[in-house]
Write a protein that binds this ligand. Structure first.
Ligand code: AMP
Length: 281
């Protein structure tokens, strides 16, 4: 496994591999790797000749400095996991490599970045678009893999790819969960045992909401989900939305869209968690 820190060394290695006719799959991450990330690696390994993983905690997508500083970092064990997973190339640039000068670009995603995460984390998706576009330019993969865990991000990256005319196939991969249903996240490490138990309610309640959905009007269902989750002493729901999967606009009646996603964000103590589930009916 080659671990590279500069765009120049990465380009050199990838030019050689592409010259041999090998396809390149790319998995961008912020490290502190877990089974969710490794499932993306697995997807790539099945489809591509070479899998490139990047590890970079991107400062421009954090709207709170303390969240950036407290973000878990675990390079030694990350590299071990990637080696065992059969990754050929790991890109671990420093901040100066990715942002040699401030990146003042702003992106126009229309409605897509105005709602949900975009509403509660202003500037977050501009930061994501900045780093993903820089990484796409550096790697120029055939395919790139993103988790449905960050569903809004996946939709926005598809839009970014279309807008910037990247010849990259964007693959969305299913959410990997703990046995109790909690969507795996690097942030889960910051939960206490009791908070972990309460965090598991997040998926339990949204799956239950899907089961009963068509018996209720959407507004009623939303109110039920929020009330049910807020019963947990450590939990504070930020939003629960049912949106059209393509446009991310709120669905007001079940018949407004066939492909719907129910998305939730909640604080459990000091940790902000997100989750989502398909609502296809
Ligand atoms: P991050 O390191 O949090 O930026 O995540 C890197 C990639 O892993 C993103 O595409 C995430 O959506 C994906 N990811 C994170 N957690 C999970 C999970 N539990 N299941 C599937 N994909 C995930």
């Amino acid at each position: 496994m080659d671990v590279l820190q500069t765009k120049e060394s990465l380009a050199k290695e990838l030019t050689q591999l592409k010259g041999q006719g090998r396809t390149i799959g790319f998995v961008p991450t912020m490290g502190a790797l877990h089974r969710g990330h490794l499932s993306l690696v697995d997807c790539s390994r099945r489809q591509d000749d070479v899998t490139v993983v990047s590890i970079f905690v991107n400062p421009t997508q954090f709207n709170r400095r303390d969240d950036f500083e407290q973000y878990p970092r675990n390079l030694t064990s990350d590299l071990k996991d990637l080696e065992e997973a059969g990754v050929q190339v790991v890109f671990i640039p420093g901040e100066a490599e990715m942002y040699p000068e401030p990146d003042h670009r702003t992106f126009d995603f229309g409605q897509l970045d105005k709602v949900m995460e975009g509403h509660y984390r202003p500037g977050h998706f501009d930061g994501v678009a900045k780093i993903v576009s820089k990484l796409f330019d550096a790697v120029q993969p055939h395919r790139a893999y993103f988790g449905e865990k960050d569903f809004q991000q996946l939709v926005i990256i598809r839009d970014l790819t279309r807008q910037m005319d990247y010849d990259i196939e964007i693959i969305g991969c299913p959410i990997v969960r703990e046995p109790n249903g909690l969507a795996i996240s690097s942030r889960n490490k910051r939960l206490s045992a009791e908070q972990r138990k309460q965090a598991a309610q997040l998926s339990r309640v949204i799956f239950q909401a899907r089961q009963y959905a068509d018996r209720y009007a959407i507004d009623q269902l939303k109110a039920w989900v929020v009330a049910e989750l807020n019963k947990n002493s450590e939990m504070d729901v930020e939003y629960f939305e049912v949106v059209d999967e393509a446009t991310l606009t709120s669905v007001n009646a079940w018949s407004d869209a066939y492909y719907k996603r129910a998305c939730v964000a909640a604080w459990v103590g000091q940790v902000r968690l997100i989750d989502n589930v398909k609502f296809y009916f």
